[in-house]
Design a protein around this ligand. Structure first.
Ligand code: 7TS
Length: 405
């Protein structure tokens, strides 16, 4: 392994603590990630040394803060390999990014009788906004299913597409199954029918290189807090042609060109979609988070996380009566599982008593629970600051808990 753990762990002091008198093992990274020191320092700098509202002042702090915010946009543009910086919209997170498209795109392009395609493995954030749009416009939702091993049945996509299909929304990586979906292929199929594609990148952006031009996706969404940055900030990438054609999402300051009581005209991209004072400290700090992982190297991160995933999968499969949900050949470090008949809430509570943080419940993916006929799952999710030793403690804890039942 190529990593200097001492250095990396030093950047995440939060990990160096005890929970219930044991070293804390944080395996809930798919829910939110921890922030490294450079991100915390950036928040501090833009709280203690520089602060003023952006895009509206001529004084020194307003200029410095505006420059830092717009520099963060450039960092995101480079990170996503987008063609233009104006195609990067700051939002509150993936949920808001998807709602923006579901509201604004559908207002313009969705009519009665039209159809939207999503997949069975989506997070609720990539289902409900589309359902709401369908209700508003009397359209319907179609669902691309997945096979029991957690791979999408992409071969069925053509049969779901009709001349009424207006948009397709798909997760790049599933938050429950860990599956890395073949989105390039899905986008190619959709585009051959002139259907635009929104990619929910909440679980992929932290772990893989993203090139929106190579993917040719029309929209791409991700959240700052899952990529080692702050909460309350996220990104929507959209191709300029779509963003230009779409009406604004929220109305207010900054998104306008000129306001009169008779008529308001709107600002240019990206400001047209950034009404009100944005979370500029968040955007600036998210820029630092992206630089942080780029400095380590996203490929290095991906390959190390793969080792963690493979090691954990092997160790867990060696346990009797442990079922893993989602065993696609292409996976990130997310393992949802069921141990014996132990209820996930009990398991999560007992793991916590042993200092190990996992997620339990329906994981904002009811259709995935329904697919497997379960009411809840337990999820361990790893990232580059986790270690093989932590996986050993986790597996030892599972063994110990099983003995208790
Ligand atoms: N899409 C996916 C695939 C996600 O995993 C999540 C959050 C979202 C969208 C929404 O992101 P947000 O930042 O706007 O909340 N997923 C999870 C999870 O798996 N556990 O907690 C949050």
């Amino acid at each position: 392994m190529d990593f200097n753990y001492q250095d990396i762990r030093k950047d995440f002091p939060i990990l160096d603590q005890q929970v219930n008198k044991r070293p804390w093992v944080y395996f809930d990274n798919a829910a939110t990630t921890q922030r490294p020191l450079p991100v915390v320092e950036k928040i501090r700098e833009f709280s203690l040394q520089t602060n003023a509202n952006i895009h509206r002042g001529t004084h020194a702090h307003a200029i410095r803060t505006t420059e830092a915010y717009e520099n963060a946009r450039d960092i995101v543009r480079d990170f996503l390999h987008a063609k233009e910086r104006e195609e990067i919209i700051f939002t509150h997170g993936t949920t808001e990014s998807i709602n923006l498209v579901a509201r604004s795109f559908c207002e313009k392009f969705l009519s009665e009788g039209d159809e939207i395609i999503v997949t069975e493995m989506e997070h609720h954030a990539n289902i409900v906004p589309w359902q709401m749009a369908c209700e508003r416009h009397h359209a319907s939702l179609k669902v691309l299913p997945f096979a029991d091993n957690g791979t999408l049945k992409t071969e069925l996509l053509e049969s779901l597409i009709s001349d009424r299909t207006k948009i397709l929304a798909v997760a790049h990586v599933s938050n429950t199954l860990g599956t890395v979906n073949p989105i390039k292929e899905i986008i190619r199929i959709a585009h051959s029918h002139n259907i635009p594609v929104l990619v929910d990148g909440a679980q992929s952006a932290p772990h893989t290189t993203i090139d929106v031009q190579d993917l040719d996706c029309d929209f791409f969404a991700f959240s700052g807090h899952k990529i080692y940055g702050p909460t309350g900030i996220g990104v929507l990438y959209g191709k300029r042609s779509w963003l230009d054609a779409m009406p604004p999402f929220l109305g207010g300051g900054e998104m306008i060109d000129r306001v009169t009581f008779e008529k308001t005209t709107y600002n240019e991209l990206p400001h047209k979609f950034e009404a009100g004072t944005p979370h500029y400290v968040g955007a600036i700090a998210m820029g630092s988070a992206i630089q942080y992982i780029e400095n380590i190297g996203i490929d290095k991160i991906a390959s190390y996380e793969h080792q963690l995933l493979n090691y954990a999968t092997d160790q867990m499969k060696a346990l009797k009566n442990l079922k893993i949900f989602g065993e696609s050949p292409e996976k990130t470090g997310v393992i949802c599982f069921q141990l014996d008949q132990i209820h996930p809430f009990d398991l999560g509570t007992l793991l916590d008593q042993l200092g190990i943080a996992v997620r339990t419940g329906r994981l904002c993916a009811d259709p995935v629970m329904d697919h497997f006929g379960v009411t809840a799952m337990t999820r361990a999710s790893f990232t580059f600051y986790n270690t093989i030793e932590e996986i050993d403690s986790f597996v030892a804890a599972l063994k110990r808990i099983r003995l208790m039942f």
